[in-house]
Design a binder for this molecule. Structure first.
Ligand code: 1CP
Length: 345
């Protein structure tokens, strides 16, 4: 049976119920993932399309989710720029990009040369899904990839990237432009390989003020999303930790906007107007901490979310990735609550 609920909601069509998937649904909260990780490093999993496809399918085989997201990482495409990146457990770059000369030296390769294992994984997953759920490809937004490239590892405030912006805005802009190109080419290849839609993850966009974002980021994100539109690739833009940018993000040329739990999706829907074909799908945004709090708290949180956001054009998800220590019962409670909703609009 074909399941197009996710794409229907993205396009603002009426559905029998709201679609649901979970950011980071293929990860460490699953015992079968932890078992596979006991045998293989994260890099080994990512390098093998067979293993990546197996991990992508893990949550799909366990739960009736409406979309699968390809197993890869935000940093998967950067080796195509000639940058070495490894995981401990998050991304680490021993020789971070901190100078204009390093930025100038980066060249963006053609699409087929960018992380070819990811399109190869998508082809395998597409076959294995056989239409029972939609398939999502993804890449990082320029600012969020740069956060790791410039800092050298994960963090909370990415002060080296913000320092680069103040010290040399031209070099910062060149880095954003190259990373936007990289993501656009990579995402078009993922769509060709079978992704129905692609999600652009801007995990660190909230670190800029609205005026800095308007001055330094809007044009790069618009360029990236316009390129996807021109190539016929449906897109969702995800912004974490950036409620002050929500309306600016809503005006970007993406088909859907996903926000973290700090934003009020119902209030945003009221401002944007209904999604009836022309318009924007909204995705999210249950606090992942509800799942950690257990199945009862998850049911309450999910019901509240469903009550506060009109069903049409709403894709249910968490506001950020599922954390490794959540009980599986909480995931089941979230799914059951979404499935139990009486269809109202
Ligand atoms: O098994 C392990 O130890 C590796 C843990 C892990 C996993 C499962 C990492 C390292 N990445 C991933 C997979 C991953 N990463 C997916 C695949 C889909 C899925 O699991 O369902 C996706 C979409 C990502 C994207 C990603 N990686 C983002 C963007 C989304 C977000 O959460 O904001 C970011 C910021 C990363 C960086 C990253 N990779 C891994 C870790 C632990 C981190 C965070 C590092 C940090 O900032 O501290």
């Amino acid at each position: 049976m074909m399941n197009e609920r996710f794409m229907n909601s993205l396009c603002g069509k009426i559905n029998d119920r709201r679609p649901l998937w979970i950011m980071r649904q293929a990860g460490r909260y699953l015992p079968e993932y932890r078992a596979l990780r006991a045998e293989h490093s994260f890099e080994e999993l990512c390098a093998s399309p067979e293993l990546s496809a197996q991990v992508t399918m893990m949550p799909m085989d366990r739960f009736p989710l409406d979309a699968a997201i390809v197993f890869a990482d935000l940093m998967s495409p950067v080796s195509a720029l000639g940058i070495d990146c490894y995981f401990d457990p998050g991304p680490v770059i021993d020789d971070p990009i901190r100078s204009a000369a390093q930025i100038r030296a980066l060249t963006v390769p053609d699409g087929p040369e960018i992380a070819p294992e990811v399109p190869a994984t998508l082809k395998l997953v597409k076959q294995q899904l056989a239409g029972r759920a939609n398939l999502i490809g993804f890449a990082g937004a320029p600012f969020s990839i740069a956060a790791y490239l410039v800092q050298g590892r994960g963090g909370k405030d990415f002060v080296y990237l913000r320092a680069l912006l103040r010290e040399d805005p031209l070099a910062f802009g060149e880095l954003m432009e190259k990373l936007a190109q990289l993501s656009a080419r990579y995402l078009i290849e993922q769509h060709r390989a079978g992704a129905d839609v692609v999600q652009v993850f801007d995990s660190w966009s909230g670190l800029l003020s609205l005026s800095e974002w308007e001055e330094h980021m809007r044009s790069h994100l618009t360029g990236l999303l316009e390129e996807l539109r021109k190539a016929g690739v449906p897109s969702i833009f995800f912004a974490n930790g950036a409620p002050h940018l929500a309306e600016a993000h809503a005006s970007l040329p993406s088909d859907g906007l996903a926000l973290c739990w700090r934003s009020d999706l119902g209030a945003l829907r009221a401002k944007l107007g209904p999604h009836e074909g022309a318009g924007k799908a909204l995705q999210g945004n249950l606090d992942p901490a509800c799942l950690l709090a257990g199945p009862e708290a998850t049911r309450r949180g999910t019901r509240k979310l469903l009550d506060s956001v009109p069903a049409r054009g709403h894709i249910v998800n968490l506001g950020h990735g599922i954390t490794p220590d959540v009980p599986i019962e909480s995931v089941q409670a979230m799914i059951e609550t979404v499935h139990a909703e009486e269809h109202s609009d």
